[in-house]
Ligand binder design. Structure first.
Ligand code: NAG
Ligand code: NAG
Ligand code: NAG
Ligand code: NAG
Ligand code: NAG
Ligand code: NAG
Length: 424
């Protein structure tokens, strides 16, 4: 009880502290002259990225200027062009006219995508003669072809929304080819980013084809690293039925485009490709500052790196294998690892790794936050069911399983809370 209420109050505090301070969609919703711009901020999910950041300036285009940008280019190009209009600093009217030496370079959201060559992700702001303020790409030789027209909204020092006359064009930004689904070689990308085991599993199980057919509409992939498969307590997938491996792999993907900013503003559980009429197979996203954690109800994992973010495909690495509670959390149905008969078709391509050493003394899983002093129950492994050698405790298994899971949640939440409290 005490645990539950502690958990609830921590969750409450977290939800309050991390609620978004501003909502760009809402700010622009009353202003029909920016309706096209606003619509593209939502379509590209840049709105979530803007809302998840503090101290930001959004340069907006009136409908006519936005329309000529939008009508001639694919969504991926529009997204890059708009992300160059999101300045990672607060500039309101008075600050624009008070730039030291009259000119400055400021970093933008485009710079954070990794797509910007050199200083192409920076914008030059220059106080021009006669009180005008010009904007241009920081790339040498660029003109200042956009000018400040008016202030739309200023919430110091959280968000400033300023209207400008025209898009800011960095070299090559408009001519970049739209990535087509066939250009994205999922397995090659995964292999390059330390996810060889996952890459080989999705090929041998055929789940790669499921991902590929989802890609045209939108796909977000959470790929466990090779270390995640070797971690103490990680389930031995070669002991699972092929159908279960398929389900687990599908559980690592969402059927829509969910870049990091969107994850950060996601509330409530999200369905995965494994979601079906027989099971929810959902994930809960938890955000603490810049850190995003996925919680399955059985375990949780940090979202580590972005492998690609190409509308509408996003691939992240995660530190742990995500274990759906439908397969790993519920008693009396035994944990799949207990399946006595050897799987008719064990997932090929999965080298039969020896059982992880030291299962009984769980090393800290990579993502585990330092346990707070009160959480001694943390010491029993969440993954214990996989290591259980007999089924005699099936009845009480629910308790054995859920208690550490709960404590782990408390530990994660309280560590996040402490982090938040320290950072505030
Ligand atoms: C700015 O953001 C902070 C942190 O989210 C919030 O506490 C504050 O109220 C915001 N300021 C305004 C004027 O909305
Ligand atoms: C922002 O505002 C829009 C429109 O009012 C709303 O649909 C959306 O849910 C809001 N987003 C958040 C994160 O609250
Ligand atoms: C302003 O310009 C002078 C001379 O070019 C330079 O030394 C100084 O660092 C500049 N100040 C800033 C804040 O950029
Ligand atoms: C910004 O652009 C103008 C015009 O091209 C140039 O004179 C100025 O030096 C640039 N400012 C910076 C900080 O690079
Ligand atoms: C994708 O990359 C893999 C190497 O990881 C390669 O074997 C395969 O042929 C590539 N597929 C395509 C369609 O290029
Ligand atoms: C484990 O226990 C459950 C529930 O009592 C039972 O249905 C299942 O067949 C048992 N599995 C094994 C491998 O004994």
């Amino acid at each position: 009880m005490a645990t539950t209420s502690l958990l609830l109050s921590l969750l409450f505090l977290l939800s309050v502290s991390f609620s978004v301070a501003h909502n760009i969609t809402e700010i622009l919703s009353d202003l029909p002259e920016y309706s096209l711009f606003n619509s593209y901020l939502s379509q590209t999910k840049l709105a979530d990225e803007i809302n998840s950041r503090q101290t930001i300036t959004c340069l907006v285009l009136p409908n006519a200027a936005m329309s000529s940008l939008a009508s001639n280019h694919p969504l991926s190009v529009i997204k890059n062009a708009l992300s160059l209009l999101v300045l990672l600093d607060y500039y309101d009217t008075s600050k624009l006219h008070d730039i030291s030496n009259g000119t400055t370079l400021t970093t933008t959201l485009y710079q954070t995508t990794g797509d910007a060559a050199g200083n192409f992700g920076f914008v030059n702001i220059t106080d021009l003669k006669g009180g005008k303020v010009g904007f241009g790409s920081a790339a040498t030789g660029s003109k200042l072809d956009s000018t400040y027209t008016k202030s739309v909204k200023e919430i110091p020092y959280n968000i400033s929304v300023l209207e400008i006359s025209a898009p800011i064009i960095a070299p090559g930004i408009l001519t970049a080819p739209a990535p087509s689904a066939s250009d994205v070689n999922i397995t090659a990308l995964l292999e390059k980013h330390g996810c060889k085991t996952f890459a080989s599993l999705i090929q041998s199980s055929g789940v790669l084809k499921v991902y590929q057919s989802a890609m045209a509409k939108g796909l977000t992939l959470f790929a466990p690293t090779d270390e995640a498969f070797k971690a103490a307590g990680a389930p031995d997938l070669s002991k699972l039925k092929n159908a279960e491996v398929v389900t687990i792999l599908q559980y690592h993907a969402l059927a829509d485009y969910t870049p990091i900013g969107t994850l950060k503003t996601t509330k409530g559980p999200v369905g995965t490709l494994a979601t079906n009429a027989l099971g929810k197979y959902d994930l809960t996203v938890k955000t603490a500052g810049d850190s995003v954690t996925l919680d399955t109800g059985v375990d949780s994992s940090r979202v580590a790196d972005t492998v690609i973010d190409n509308t509408p495909v996003c691939i992240f690495t995660v530190d742990n294998i995500l274990l759906p509670s439908e397969l790993f959390g519920k008693s009396p149905s035994p944990a799949p690892a207990l399946e006595p008969v050897s799987s008719p078709s064990p997932a090929p391509g999965l080298s039969p790794t020896p059982a992880p050493v030291g299962v009984e003394a769980p090393g800290p899983s990579i993502e585990s936050p330092p346990a707070p002093p009160t959480s001694s129950p943390e010491s029993s492994p969440v993954e214990a069911p996989a290591a259980e050698s007999e089924n005699s405790t099936a009845g009480s298994g629910a308790v054995d399983l859920r208690t550490p899971a709960l404590w782990k949640t408390v530990a994660t939440v309280s560590a996040a809370f402490v982090t938040w409290a320290l950072l505030s």
